[in-house]
Design a protein. Structure first.
Length: 497
Protein backbone atom coordinates (compact mmCIF):
# COMPACT_ATOMS: atom_id res chain seq x y z
CA UNK A 1 0.00 0.00 0.00
CA UNK A 2 1.13 3.53 -0.73
CA UNK A 3 1.12 6.73 1.26
CA UNK A 4 1.85 10.20 -0.03
CA UNK A 5 2.69 12.70 2.72
CA UNK A 6 3.15 16.41 2.24
CA UNK A 7 4.22 19.29 4.49
CA UNK A 8 3.15 22.84 3.65
CA UNK A 9 5.22 24.49 0.94
CA UNK A 10 6.76 27.07 3.27
CA UNK A 11 7.08 30.72 2.30
CA UNK A 12 10.57 31.59 1.15
CA UNK A 13 10.19 35.03 2.72
CA UNK A 14 12.10 34.29 5.91
CA UNK A 15 14.34 31.76 7.57
CA UNK A 16 12.85 28.50 8.84
CA UNK A 17 11.86 28.45 12.50
CA UNK A 18 10.66 25.97 15.08
CA UNK A 19 7.05 26.07 13.79
CA UNK A 20 8.17 24.88 10.34
CA UNK A 21 10.34 22.19 11.91
CA UNK A 22 7.33 21.04 13.94
CA UNK A 23 5.00 20.18 11.04
CA UNK A 24 7.86 18.66 9.05
CA UNK A 25 9.03 16.43 11.90
CA UNK A 26 5.47 15.25 12.55
CA UNK A 27 5.17 14.31 8.86
CA UNK A 28 8.55 12.56 9.02
CA UNK A 29 7.45 10.62 12.10
CA UNK A 30 4.37 9.46 10.16
CA UNK A 31 6.63 8.45 7.30
CA UNK A 32 8.50 6.10 9.63
CA UNK A 33 5.23 4.84 11.10
CA UNK A 34 3.81 3.97 7.68
CA UNK A 35 7.06 2.35 6.53
CA UNK A 36 6.91 0.13 9.57
CA UNK A 37 3.36 -0.91 8.84
CA UNK A 38 4.23 -1.97 5.29
CA UNK A 39 3.50 1.06 3.21
CA UNK A 40 5.51 2.49 0.39
CA UNK A 41 5.80 6.13 1.42
CA UNK A 42 6.73 9.37 -0.29
CA UNK A 43 7.30 12.52 1.73
CA UNK A 44 7.59 15.88 0.04
CA UNK A 45 8.12 19.47 1.10
CA UNK A 46 9.06 22.69 -0.66
CA UNK A 47 9.15 26.45 -0.74
CA UNK A 48 6.43 28.86 -1.81
CA UNK A 49 8.30 31.47 -3.80
CA UNK A 50 5.76 33.66 -5.60
CA UNK A 51 3.50 36.49 -4.52
CA UNK A 52 3.63 39.95 -3.11
CA UNK A 53 4.82 38.83 0.31
CA UNK A 54 8.02 37.43 -1.20
CA UNK A 55 8.49 40.38 -3.53
CA UNK A 56 8.18 42.82 -0.63
CA UNK A 57 10.52 40.81 1.60
CA UNK A 58 13.22 40.84 -1.11
CA UNK A 59 12.71 44.56 -1.67
CA UNK A 60 12.97 45.27 2.07
CA UNK A 61 16.32 43.47 2.10
CA UNK A 62 17.45 45.27 -1.06
CA UNK A 63 18.12 41.94 -2.77
CA UNK A 64 17.16 40.75 -6.22
CA UNK A 65 14.03 38.58 -5.81
CA UNK A 66 15.54 35.53 -7.53
CA UNK A 67 18.65 35.62 -5.34
CA UNK A 68 16.51 36.20 -2.28
CA UNK A 69 14.31 33.14 -2.79
CA UNK A 70 17.29 31.01 -3.75
CA UNK A 71 18.94 31.76 -0.40
CA UNK A 72 15.74 31.18 1.63
CA UNK A 73 14.94 27.96 -0.18
CA UNK A 74 18.49 26.72 0.47
CA UNK A 75 18.02 27.43 4.17
CA UNK A 76 14.90 25.28 4.32
CA UNK A 77 16.57 22.46 2.42
CA UNK A 78 19.63 22.69 4.68
CA UNK A 79 17.46 22.47 7.80
CA UNK A 80 15.71 19.33 6.56
CA UNK A 81 19.12 17.78 5.84
CA UNK A 82 20.37 18.73 9.32
CA UNK A 83 17.27 17.13 10.82
CA UNK A 84 17.97 13.98 8.81
CA UNK A 85 14.77 14.30 6.78
CA UNK A 86 15.24 12.53 3.52
CA UNK A 87 12.60 14.03 1.23
CA UNK A 88 11.44 12.27 -1.91
CA UNK A 89 10.97 15.65 -3.59
CA UNK A 90 11.46 19.29 -2.71
CA UNK A 91 9.29 21.58 -4.82
CA UNK A 92 10.23 25.14 -5.55
CA UNK A 93 7.26 26.94 -7.01
CA UNK A 94 9.53 28.91 -9.35
CA UNK A 95 10.77 25.66 -10.95
CA UNK A 96 9.77 25.26 -14.58
CA UNK A 97 8.48 21.73 -13.88
CA UNK A 98 6.08 23.10 -11.30
CA UNK A 99 4.98 25.95 -13.56
CA UNK A 100 4.37 23.42 -16.34
CA UNK A 101 1.91 21.61 -14.04
CA UNK A 102 0.10 24.75 -12.83
CA UNK A 103 -0.77 26.07 -16.30
CA UNK A 104 -2.87 23.06 -17.43
CA UNK A 105 -4.44 22.92 -13.96
CA UNK A 106 -5.72 26.48 -14.42
CA UNK A 107 -6.79 25.76 -17.99
CA UNK A 108 -8.65 22.67 -16.89
CA UNK A 109 -10.72 24.70 -14.43
CA UNK A 110 -11.24 27.48 -16.96
CA UNK A 111 -12.50 24.89 -19.47
CA UNK A 112 -15.11 23.81 -16.92
CA UNK A 113 -16.48 27.35 -16.93
CA UNK A 114 -15.34 27.85 -13.33
CA UNK A 115 -13.19 30.96 -13.94
CA UNK A 116 -14.52 34.44 -14.82
CA UNK A 117 -13.10 37.98 -14.87
CA UNK A 118 -14.40 40.46 -12.27
CA UNK A 119 -13.39 43.29 -9.98
CA UNK A 120 -12.18 42.77 -6.43
CA UNK A 121 -12.47 45.37 -3.74
CA UNK A 122 -11.66 44.45 -0.22
CA UNK A 123 -9.26 44.08 2.65
CA UNK A 124 -6.09 42.07 2.30
CA UNK A 125 -3.31 40.71 4.52
CA UNK A 126 -0.11 40.37 2.50
CA UNK A 127 1.45 38.17 5.22
CA UNK A 128 -1.38 35.61 4.76
CA UNK A 129 -1.82 36.45 1.07
CA UNK A 130 -5.52 36.39 1.87
CA UNK A 131 -8.58 38.66 1.47
CA UNK A 132 -10.77 39.42 4.47
CA UNK A 133 -14.35 40.65 4.35
CA UNK A 134 -14.35 42.45 7.71
CA UNK A 135 -11.98 43.65 10.42
CA UNK A 136 -9.20 46.18 10.80
CA UNK A 137 -6.31 43.89 11.48
CA UNK A 138 -5.30 40.39 10.44
CA UNK A 139 -6.36 37.92 13.17
CA UNK A 140 -3.18 35.88 12.64
CA UNK A 141 -0.50 38.54 12.12
CA UNK A 142 -2.10 41.37 14.10
CA UNK A 143 -1.20 43.83 11.34
CA UNK A 144 -3.56 46.39 9.74
CA UNK A 145 -5.41 45.01 6.71
CA UNK A 146 -4.71 46.85 3.46
CA UNK A 147 -7.47 47.98 1.11
CA UNK A 148 -7.07 46.48 -2.34
CA UNK A 149 -9.11 47.13 -5.44
CA UNK A 150 -8.17 45.36 -8.64
CA UNK A 151 -9.46 43.50 -11.64
CA UNK A 152 -9.27 39.82 -10.86
CA UNK A 153 -10.14 36.40 -12.17
CA UNK A 154 -12.49 34.53 -9.88
CA UNK A 155 -12.98 30.83 -9.23
CA UNK A 156 -16.62 29.76 -8.83
CA UNK A 157 -16.06 28.42 -5.33
CA UNK A 158 -19.74 28.89 -4.49
CA UNK A 159 -20.65 26.09 -6.91
CA UNK A 160 -18.89 23.56 -4.71
CA UNK A 161 -20.33 24.34 -1.29
CA UNK A 162 -22.76 21.39 -1.08
CA UNK A 163 -20.31 18.90 -2.58
CA UNK A 164 -17.71 19.93 -0.02
CA UNK A 165 -20.17 19.41 2.85
CA UNK A 166 -21.13 16.04 1.40
CA UNK A 167 -17.52 14.94 1.07
CA UNK A 168 -16.50 16.00 4.57
CA UNK A 169 -19.57 14.39 6.12
CA UNK A 170 -19.09 11.12 4.30
CA UNK A 171 -15.32 10.92 5.00
CA UNK A 172 -14.80 10.95 8.75
CA UNK A 173 -11.02 11.06 8.45
CA UNK A 174 -10.83 13.77 5.81
CA UNK A 175 -10.01 16.43 8.42
CA UNK A 176 -8.35 15.41 11.68
CA UNK A 177 -8.50 16.19 14.57
CA UNK A 178 -12.31 16.24 14.69
CA UNK A 179 -12.58 19.76 16.13
CA UNK A 180 -11.08 21.08 12.91
CA UNK A 181 -13.53 19.05 10.86
CA UNK A 182 -16.41 20.49 12.88
CA UNK A 183 -15.02 23.99 12.43
CA UNK A 184 -14.95 23.60 8.64
CA UNK A 185 -18.39 21.99 8.51
CA UNK A 186 -19.84 24.76 10.63
CA UNK A 187 -18.35 27.38 8.32
CA UNK A 188 -19.68 25.61 5.24
CA UNK A 189 -23.14 25.13 6.70
CA UNK A 190 -23.57 28.55 8.24
CA UNK A 191 -22.21 30.92 5.62
CA UNK A 192 -22.41 31.22 1.89
CA UNK A 193 -19.08 30.74 0.13
CA UNK A 194 -18.05 33.69 -2.03
CA UNK A 195 -16.20 33.11 -5.26
CA UNK A 196 -12.43 33.20 -4.80
CA UNK A 197 -10.22 35.86 -6.33
CA UNK A 198 -7.46 33.86 -8.03
CA UNK A 199 -5.32 36.40 -9.88
CA UNK A 200 -3.45 39.61 -9.11
CA UNK A 201 -2.45 42.62 -11.16
CA UNK A 202 -0.74 44.31 -8.19
CA UNK A 203 2.38 42.15 -8.51
CA UNK A 204 4.32 40.68 -11.42
CA UNK A 205 6.00 38.07 -9.22
CA UNK A 206 3.95 35.01 -10.07
CA UNK A 207 2.89 32.65 -12.83
CA UNK A 208 1.17 34.57 -15.66
CA UNK A 209 -2.46 33.64 -16.24
CA UNK A 210 -2.83 31.70 -19.51
CA UNK A 211 -3.85 34.05 -22.35
CA UNK A 212 -3.89 37.16 -20.10
CA UNK A 213 -0.44 38.02 -18.85
CA UNK A 214 -1.60 41.28 -17.28
CA UNK A 215 -2.50 38.98 -14.41
CA UNK A 216 -0.42 36.57 -12.38
CA UNK A 217 -2.04 33.70 -10.52
CA UNK A 218 -2.93 34.13 -6.87
CA UNK A 219 0.00 32.58 -5.02
CA UNK A 220 -2.18 30.08 -3.16
CA UNK A 221 -3.40 28.47 -6.40
CA UNK A 222 0.17 28.09 -7.50
CA UNK A 223 1.27 26.77 -4.08
CA UNK A 224 -1.48 24.17 -3.68
CA UNK A 225 -0.73 22.67 -7.09
CA UNK A 226 2.79 21.92 -5.80
CA UNK A 227 1.26 18.85 -4.14
CA UNK A 228 0.53 17.56 -7.64
CA UNK A 229 3.68 18.79 -9.34
CA UNK A 230 5.90 17.12 -6.72
CA UNK A 231 4.86 13.68 -7.94
CA UNK A 232 6.48 12.26 -11.04
CA UNK A 233 3.86 11.48 -13.70
CA UNK A 234 4.44 7.73 -13.39
CA UNK A 235 3.82 7.86 -9.60
CA UNK A 236 0.71 9.98 -9.75
CA UNK A 237 -2.00 7.30 -9.92
CA UNK A 238 -0.27 5.14 -7.35
CA UNK A 239 0.34 7.86 -4.75
CA UNK A 240 -2.03 10.79 -5.21
CA UNK A 241 -5.28 9.16 -3.95
CA UNK A 242 -3.54 8.30 -0.67
CA UNK A 243 -2.31 11.85 -0.05
CA UNK A 244 -2.18 13.22 3.50
CA UNK A 245 -1.47 16.91 3.88
CA UNK A 246 0.19 17.86 7.17
CA UNK A 247 -0.62 21.50 7.84
CA UNK A 248 -1.06 24.02 10.65
CA UNK A 249 -4.48 25.31 11.61
CA UNK A 250 -3.64 28.72 10.12
CA UNK A 251 -4.01 27.30 6.61
CA UNK A 252 -6.98 25.03 7.23
CA UNK A 253 -9.50 26.84 5.01
CA UNK A 254 -7.10 26.85 2.06
CA UNK A 255 -6.75 23.07 2.36
CA UNK A 256 -10.21 22.07 3.52
CA UNK A 257 -12.28 24.38 1.30
CA UNK A 258 -10.38 26.00 -1.58
CA UNK A 259 -8.13 23.07 -2.46
CA UNK A 260 -10.82 20.36 -2.55
CA UNK A 261 -13.12 22.70 -4.51
CA UNK A 262 -10.37 23.33 -7.07
CA UNK A 263 -9.71 19.59 -7.31
CA UNK A 264 -13.42 18.83 -7.74
CA UNK A 265 -13.51 21.36 -10.56
CA UNK A 266 -10.40 19.85 -12.16
CA UNK A 267 -11.88 16.35 -11.68
CA UNK A 268 -8.89 15.16 -9.71
CA UNK A 269 -9.60 12.85 -6.74
CA UNK A 270 -9.46 14.57 -3.36
CA UNK A 271 -6.63 13.80 -0.95
CA UNK A 272 -7.32 11.19 1.68
CA UNK A 273 -6.77 13.34 4.73
CA UNK A 274 -5.66 16.62 6.27
CA UNK A 275 -3.80 16.34 9.57
CA UNK A 276 -3.93 19.72 11.22
CA UNK A 277 -1.52 20.79 13.93
CA UNK A 278 -2.03 23.58 16.47
CA UNK A 279 0.45 26.30 17.26
CA UNK A 280 3.73 26.25 19.08
CA UNK A 281 3.84 29.40 21.12
CA UNK A 282 6.35 31.30 23.22
CA UNK A 283 4.75 32.87 26.26
CA UNK A 284 1.40 32.42 24.56
CA UNK A 285 2.43 34.07 21.28
CA UNK A 286 2.48 32.02 18.07
CA UNK A 287 6.02 31.35 16.87
CA UNK A 288 6.17 33.37 13.65
CA UNK A 289 8.87 35.01 11.59
CA UNK A 290 6.96 38.30 11.82
CA UNK A 291 7.49 38.28 15.60
CA UNK A 292 11.22 38.23 16.48
CA UNK A 293 10.44 37.61 20.20
CA UNK A 294 9.20 34.15 19.31
CA UNK A 295 12.12 32.96 17.24
CA UNK A 296 14.03 29.89 18.47
CA UNK A 297 16.74 28.66 16.12
CA UNK A 298 16.02 24.98 15.42
CA UNK A 299 19.67 24.24 14.59
CA UNK A 300 20.94 25.62 17.92
CA UNK A 301 18.25 23.65 19.71
CA UNK A 302 19.12 20.34 18.11
CA UNK A 303 22.76 20.91 19.03
CA UNK A 304 21.53 20.83 22.65
CA UNK A 305 18.91 18.10 22.57
CA UNK A 306 19.46 16.22 19.29
CA UNK A 307 16.99 15.61 16.47
CA UNK A 308 15.46 12.72 18.41
CA UNK A 309 15.00 15.00 21.41
CA UNK A 310 13.24 17.62 19.30
CA UNK A 311 11.07 15.04 17.51
CA UNK A 312 10.14 13.43 20.82
CA UNK A 313 9.16 16.76 22.34
CA UNK A 314 7.03 17.60 19.30
CA UNK A 315 5.32 14.24 19.25
CA UNK A 316 4.92 13.47 22.96
CA UNK A 317 4.98 16.93 24.50
CA UNK A 318 2.47 18.50 22.11
CA UNK A 319 -0.99 16.89 22.00
CA UNK A 320 -1.53 16.89 18.23
CA UNK A 321 -3.96 19.60 17.20
CA UNK A 322 -3.51 21.67 20.37
CA UNK A 323 -1.39 24.73 21.11
CA UNK A 324 1.65 24.30 23.33
CA UNK A 325 4.02 26.80 24.87
CA UNK A 326 7.65 26.03 24.16
CA UNK A 327 9.44 26.21 27.52
CA UNK A 328 13.03 24.97 27.36
CA UNK A 329 13.08 23.74 30.95
CA UNK A 330 9.96 21.63 30.44
CA UNK A 331 11.43 20.15 27.27
CA UNK A 332 14.56 19.17 29.22
CA UNK A 333 12.45 17.62 31.97
CA UNK A 334 10.48 15.54 29.47
CA UNK A 335 13.60 14.29 27.67
CA UNK A 336 15.47 13.47 30.87
CA UNK A 337 12.49 11.65 32.36
CA UNK A 338 11.49 9.66 29.27
CA UNK A 339 14.63 9.20 27.21
CA UNK A 340 17.57 9.42 29.62
CA UNK A 341 15.88 7.73 32.61
CA UNK A 342 12.94 5.58 31.53
CA UNK A 343 14.50 4.20 28.32
CA UNK A 344 18.23 4.93 28.75
CA UNK A 345 18.61 3.51 32.26
CA UNK A 346 16.52 0.48 31.33
CA UNK A 347 18.83 -0.43 28.46
CA UNK A 348 22.03 0.10 30.38
CA UNK A 349 20.74 -1.86 33.38
CA UNK A 350 19.65 -4.74 31.16
CA UNK A 351 22.87 -4.88 29.14
CA UNK A 352 24.93 -4.73 32.35
CA UNK A 353 23.05 -7.73 33.78
CA UNK A 354 23.48 -9.85 30.65
CA UNK A 355 27.15 -8.88 30.32
CA UNK A 356 28.00 -9.40 33.98
CA UNK A 357 26.04 -12.57 34.72
CA UNK A 358 25.91 -14.30 31.33
CA UNK A 359 28.95 -12.91 29.49
CA UNK A 360 26.64 -11.13 27.02
CA UNK A 361 24.77 -14.16 25.65
CA UNK A 362 21.84 -16.39 26.64
CA UNK A 363 20.54 -19.31 24.65
CA UNK A 364 17.91 -21.66 26.07
CA UNK A 365 16.24 -24.49 24.16
CA UNK A 366 12.88 -24.81 25.99
CA UNK A 367 12.39 -21.89 28.37
CA UNK A 368 9.40 -22.07 30.70
CA UNK A 369 7.58 -18.78 31.09
CA UNK A 370 5.61 -17.77 34.15
CA UNK A 371 2.36 -15.83 34.15
CA UNK A 372 4.02 -12.48 34.83
CA UNK A 373 6.30 -13.05 31.82
CA UNK A 374 3.32 -13.63 29.52
CA UNK A 375 1.66 -10.60 31.04
CA UNK A 376 4.55 -8.31 30.15
CA UNK A 377 4.64 -9.57 26.56
CA UNK A 378 0.86 -9.11 26.33
CA UNK A 379 1.21 -5.50 27.52
CA UNK A 380 3.51 -4.85 24.55
CA UNK A 381 1.26 -6.64 22.09
CA UNK A 382 -1.94 -4.91 23.23
CA UNK A 383 -0.14 -1.59 23.45
CA UNK A 384 0.98 -1.99 19.85
CA UNK A 385 -2.62 -2.24 18.66
CA UNK A 386 -3.60 0.90 20.60
CA UNK A 387 -0.46 2.59 19.32
CA UNK A 388 -1.48 1.93 15.73
CA UNK A 389 -5.06 3.10 16.36
CA UNK A 390 -3.70 6.31 17.90
CA UNK A 391 -1.58 7.07 14.82
CA UNK A 392 -4.59 6.47 12.60
CA UNK A 393 -6.75 8.82 14.71
CA UNK A 394 -4.09 11.54 14.32
CA UNK A 395 -3.12 11.20 17.98
CA UNK A 396 0.60 10.50 17.69
CA UNK A 397 1.03 11.90 21.21
CA UNK A 398 -1.07 8.98 22.48
CA UNK A 399 1.14 6.57 20.53
CA UNK A 400 4.22 8.23 22.09
CA UNK A 401 2.68 7.83 25.56
CA UNK A 402 2.17 4.11 24.84
CA UNK A 403 5.86 3.84 23.94
CA UNK A 404 6.86 5.54 27.23
CA UNK A 405 4.34 3.48 29.22
CA UNK A 406 5.70 0.27 27.67
CA UNK A 407 9.23 1.18 28.76
CA UNK A 408 7.86 1.90 32.24
CA UNK A 409 6.15 -1.54 32.29
CA UNK A 410 9.45 -3.25 31.47
CA UNK A 411 11.14 -1.29 34.25
CA UNK A 412 8.41 -2.31 36.68
CA UNK A 413 8.73 -5.94 35.66
CA UNK A 414 12.48 -5.86 36.31
CA UNK A 415 11.93 -4.07 39.60
CA UNK A 416 9.42 -6.73 40.61
CA UNK A 417 11.44 -9.76 39.47
CA UNK A 418 14.76 -8.42 40.84
CA UNK A 419 17.07 -10.61 38.74
CA UNK A 420 20.07 -8.87 40.39
CA UNK A 421 19.02 -10.39 43.74
CA UNK A 422 17.92 -13.77 42.39
CA UNK A 423 21.27 -14.34 40.71
CA UNK A 424 22.99 -14.29 44.08
CA UNK A 425 21.68 -17.84 44.50
CA UNK A 426 23.08 -20.18 41.81
CA UNK A 427 19.85 -22.24 41.87
CA UNK A 428 17.97 -19.30 40.35
CA UNK A 429 20.23 -18.97 37.35
CA UNK A 430 17.70 -20.62 35.01
CA UNK A 431 14.88 -18.31 36.13
CA UNK A 432 17.11 -15.23 35.78
CA UNK A 433 17.95 -16.27 32.22
CA UNK A 434 14.23 -16.51 31.42
CA UNK A 435 13.58 -13.07 32.95
CA UNK A 436 16.31 -11.58 30.81
CA UNK A 437 14.95 -13.32 27.70
CA UNK A 438 11.53 -11.84 28.43
CA UNK A 439 13.01 -8.37 28.89
CA UNK A 440 14.99 -8.75 25.70
CA UNK A 441 11.84 -9.69 23.78
CA UNK A 442 9.98 -6.77 25.33
CA UNK A 443 12.81 -4.42 24.40
CA UNK A 444 12.77 -5.65 20.78
CA UNK A 445 9.07 -4.74 20.72
CA UNK A 446 9.81 -1.42 22.38
CA UNK A 447 12.21 -0.65 19.53
CA UNK A 448 9.34 -1.00 17.06
CA UNK A 449 7.07 1.29 19.11
CA UNK A 450 9.78 3.93 19.55
CA UNK A 451 11.18 3.94 16.05
CA UNK A 452 8.85 6.59 14.56
CA UNK A 453 9.69 8.99 17.41
CA UNK A 454 13.35 8.47 18.25
CA UNK A 455 14.98 6.58 15.36
CA UNK A 456 18.60 7.29 16.34
CA UNK A 457 18.08 6.18 19.92
CA UNK A 458 16.37 3.03 18.70
CA UNK A 459 19.33 2.30 16.43
CA UNK A 460 21.65 2.52 19.45
CA UNK A 461 19.36 0.24 21.46
CA UNK A 462 19.32 -2.27 18.62
CA UNK A 463 23.10 -2.15 18.45
CA UNK A 464 23.29 -2.88 22.21
CA UNK A 465 20.85 -5.76 21.78
CA UNK A 466 22.64 -7.04 18.66
CA UNK A 467 19.34 -6.85 16.74
CA UNK A 468 19.75 -6.99 13.01
CA UNK A 469 17.50 -6.68 9.99
CA UNK A 470 14.48 -4.46 9.49
CA UNK A 471 12.22 -3.48 12.34
CA UNK A 472 9.29 -5.81 12.09
CA UNK A 473 5.82 -4.72 13.09
CA UNK A 474 4.39 -8.24 13.29
CA UNK A 475 7.06 -9.29 15.81
CA UNK A 476 5.74 -7.04 18.59
CA UNK A 477 4.95 -9.09 21.69
CA UNK A 478 6.78 -12.19 20.38
CA UNK A 479 9.16 -14.16 22.60
CA UNK A 480 12.66 -15.17 21.53
CA UNK A 481 14.85 -17.68 23.32
CA UNK A 482 18.24 -16.30 22.35
CA UNK A 483 19.99 -13.06 23.15
CA UNK A 484 23.27 -11.34 22.59
CA UNK A 485 24.16 -7.96 24.00
CA UNK A 486 26.96 -5.51 23.45
CA UNK A 487 28.07 -2.77 25.81
CA UNK A 488 27.68 0.59 24.08
CA UNK A 489 27.51 4.24 25.04
CA UNK A 490 24.39 5.59 26.75
CA UNK A 491 21.47 5.87 24.35
CA UNK A 492 20.45 9.38 25.47
CA UNK A 493 22.77 11.29 27.80
CA UNK A 494 21.08 13.25 30.58
CA UNK A 495 20.66 16.92 29.72
CA UNK A 496 21.84 19.43 32.29
CA UNK A 497 20.26 22.87 32.11
O1 LIG B 1 1.40 29.18 4.98
N1 LIG B 1 3.27 26.34 15.25
O2 LIG B 1 3.67 28.96 4.56
P1 LIG B 1 4.30 29.35 5.98
C1 LIG B 1 3.00 25.26 14.51
N2 LIG B 1 3.22 28.99 1.99
N3 LIG B 1 3.17 25.20 13.17
C2 LIG B 1 3.66 26.29 12.58
C3 LIG B 1 3.98 27.47 13.29
C4 LIG B 1 3.76 27.46 14.69
N4 LIG B 1 4.05 28.50 15.46
N5 LIG B 1 4.45 28.38 12.44
C5 LIG B 1 4.44 27.80 11.21
C6 LIG B 1 2.34 29.01 4.22
N6 LIG B 1 3.97 26.55 11.30
C7 LIG B 1 2.10 28.68 2.76
C8 LIG B 1 1.72 27.23 2.67
S1 LIG B 1 0.96 25.07 1.27
C9 LIG B 1 0.37 24.78 -0.25
C10 LIG B 1 1.35 26.78 1.28
C11 LIG B 1 3.84 25.59 10.20
O3 LIG B 1 5.76 29.46 5.74
C12 LIG B 1 2.40 25.14 10.05
O4 LIG B 1 2.38 23.93 9.36
O5 LIG B 1 3.58 30.49 6.59
C13 LIG B 1 1.81 26.23 9.20
O6 LIG B 1 0.61 25.86 8.55
C14 LIG B 1 2.95 26.44 8.20
O7 LIG B 1 4.15 26.28 9.00
C15 LIG B 1 2.90 27.82 7.56
O8 LIG B 1 4.07 28.04 6.84
Amino acid sequence: MNKYLTTPIYYASGTPHLGHAYTTLVADCYRRYYRLTDHDVKLISGTDEHGQKIERAALAEGTDTTEFIEARSDEFQALWRTLGIDLDAFVRTTDSRHVARVLPFWQNIADKGDIYLGQYEGLYCVECEQYFTTGEECPVHRRPLETFSEESYFFRLSRYQSRLIEHIESHDDFILPRERRNEVLSLLKNSELRDLSISRTSTRWGIPVPRDNRHVMYVWIDALVSYLSALATEDFNAFWPSATHFIGKDILIFHAVYWPALLLSAEIPLPLSLKVNGWLTIEGKKIAKSDPDTIVDPVALIEEIGTDGLTYFFLKGVPFGGDVNFVRQQVYQLLNADLANNVGNLISRFVTLVQRDFSGAIDITSPVLEECDHELLAVLKDGAQEWQDAFERAEPHVAARIFAASAASINRYLQHEEPWNLIKNEENRGRVAVILLVVHSALSSLCVLGSPFVPDIIEKVRTSLCLQGDLCWSSVGAFGSQIRTRKTQSVYPRLSS
